[in-house]
Design a protein around this ligand. Structure first.
Ligand code: 6PG
Length: 513
């Protein structure tokens, strides 16, 4: 008896993916899932506990190879880094040309490119697949971003497509014959987004956007709390309301759940008991570093990464307690809140509602700008690496299963359906109009936060990014002048083409180069 696919690594993600595969493949005649773990007992426990299929438990990489029907497909669900390298090296010893090794972890895309080159020398296919959706997604349907060759995709598609999340069709779905016929089932959240490391690259940007989205939501929370004095359960209710509109998303939904949770030990809101220090496994930072390498501005994502770093910088933060500034809850708003509670005339209540609506619009505007940055980076990365990544496809497969899934992704999908060669989300009427109608709220929110001392780095950077884009002449001309002064770095002119330099240490005449 052989298996159609093997899963290596039976931690929570690997187990759930293996179970998902088993549930979806066992309908096929003879289809089986093989599992292998260096800790063979852990793999055996998975097979004993879950009966979606008769898992074939392998006792070694060679045993796994013997249990897989050819050409073999094995999916690595092990930690990124050395564990991945070691598992690949094991498989390269026992697999044959034409077999496919999939890395389903959060590997750095440049590592994936290098690993693919090594594997290619043996004729074995190596494919990085970005898998999003956490533990539940792995079990019930993740969003998957597939790299590697067309041949490998043709092998993987029948195995992975049935286990992917499914999204509802948008109203503006493309018709057959519109040039997209080679794509996967339009409702299935999986796509081949380019060769070699493209799958992990797109997943990396997904995570960068995830960082920005989370930070923007956290800043909205800080504003509602700091400026209105709302309690966490009250803010949960506000988020639930927001989740019925444009902001509807998994992250808003779970934020409301977290805010409504009470710590059992203390009876305090759970969010007040968690240490104010956020961790990071690295993908957000990679998005920023890669953005820097590509020359793509991803300031809002960068601020989200920095905000986590600052949160964890305990020595720096303890020195900050001696620094002056406004209190984050103003007496004006505390009074407004108290008078609202006392059933006083409703001007205070109106203020509250106005502030909530302004923050909502600011959050939505900031979110659009974070996506604009992320999609810009995907386009630049695809160009740099020669990947045929369709941005509309990326939005399509992020509509369900992944952590950033949101109603908003339908709008992005529709924008690319309407104009497949869209240069930027900014050029799509829906996003341009949304930014134009939300920019004042973002501006008011940032101004209010600045004067009241609430740190909102992601919202503030989103506003600066927005103004930087729409300002035809900002401050770069002066920077270029400074560069030419101290380093003869030259400059262009607005009135004629060419490259110029001013003889700053001479008679200050200009030369054309
Ligand atoms: C996903 C998540 C997943 C993981 C992040 C967390 O798409 O399923 O992004 O990959 O939760 O890696 O990243 P941090 O630990 O860096 O927040």
């Amino acid at each position: 008896m052989t298996a159609e696919v093997g899963v290596i690594g039976t931690g929570v993600m690997g187990s759930n993916l293996a179970r998902n595969l088993a549930r979806n493949l066992t309908g096929r005649t003879g289809a089986r899932v093989a599992i292998y773990d260096r800790d063979v007992d852990r793999a055996r426990a998975l097979a004993a506990e879950h009966h979606e299929a008769d898992f074939l438990v392998a006792s070694s990489p060679a045993d796994l190879a013997s249990k897989l029907s050819g050409p073999r497909v094995a999916i690595l669900m092990v930690n990124a880094g050395p564990a991945t390298d070691s598992a690949i090296s094991d498989l390269l010893q026992v697999f044959e040309p034409g077999d496919v090794i999939v890395d389903g972890g959060n590997s750095l895309f440049t590592d994936t490119i290098a690993r693919g080159e090594t594997a290619a020398k043996t004729g074995i296919e190596f494919v990085g697949v970005g898998i999003s959706g956490g533990e539940v997604g792995a079990l019930e349907g993740p969003s998957m971003m597939v790299g590697g060759t067309e041949f490998a995709w043709s092998r993987l598609r029948p195995i992975l497509e049935p286990i992917a999340a499914r999204a509802e069709s948008t109203s503006a779905r493309a018709e057959p014959g519109d040039g997209r016929s080679a794509q996967a089932d339009p409702e299935s959240c999986i796509a081949h987004v380019g060769t070699d490391g493209a799958g992990h690259f797109v997943k990396m940007i997904h995570n960068g956007i995830e960082y920005a989205d989370m930070q923007l939501i956290a800043e909205a929370f800080a504003l509602l709390r700091g400026r209105l004095g709302l309690t966490p359960p009250e803010i949960a209710e506000v988020f639930r309301e927001w989740n019925r509109g444009d902001l509807e998303s998994y992250l808003i939904e779970i934020t409301a759940e977290v805010l409504d949770h009470t710590d059992a030990a203390t009876g305090e809101p759970f969010v007040d008991i968690i240490a104010d220090s956020a961790g990071a496994k690295g993908t957000g930072g990679w998005t920023v570093k890669t953005g820097l390498d590509l020359g793509v501005p991803v300031a809002t994502i960068a601020e989200a990464v920095s905000a986590r770093s600052l949160s964890a910088a305990s020595v720096l933060r303890s020195s900050g307690t001696a620094l002056d500034g406004p209190s984050t809850v103003t007496s004006e708003f505390e009074e407004a809140r108290d008078s609202a509670l006392d059933d006083a005339p409703t001007s205070a209540v109106v203020d509250r509602d106005t502030v909530i609506e302004t923050v909502r619009q600011a959050l939505f505007t900031g979110k659009i700008l974070a996506y604009v940055q992320g999609f810009h980076e995907i386009a630049a990365g695809a160009q740099e690496h020669g990947w045929n990544t369709e941005l509309g496809e990326v939005a399509r497969i992020w509509r369900a299963g992944c952590i950033i899934r949101a109603r908003f992704l339908d709008r992005i999908t529709e924008a690319f359906d309407a104009e497949p060669n869209l240069s930027s989300l900014l050029a799509a009427p829906y996003f341009r109009d949304s930014l134009n109608s939300g920019q004042q709220a973002l501006r008011d929110t940032v101004a209010d936060a600045a004067s009241s001392g609430v740190p909102i780095p992601a919202l503030a950077s989103a506003l600066s990014y927005f103004d930087g884009i729409r300002t035809s002449r900002a401050s770069a001309a002066l920077v270029q002048g400074q560069r030419d002064f101290f380093g003869s770095h030259t400059y262009g002119r607005t009135d004629r083409p060419g490259t110029f330099h001013t003889l700053w240490s001479g008679d200050r005449s200009e030369v054309q180069l």
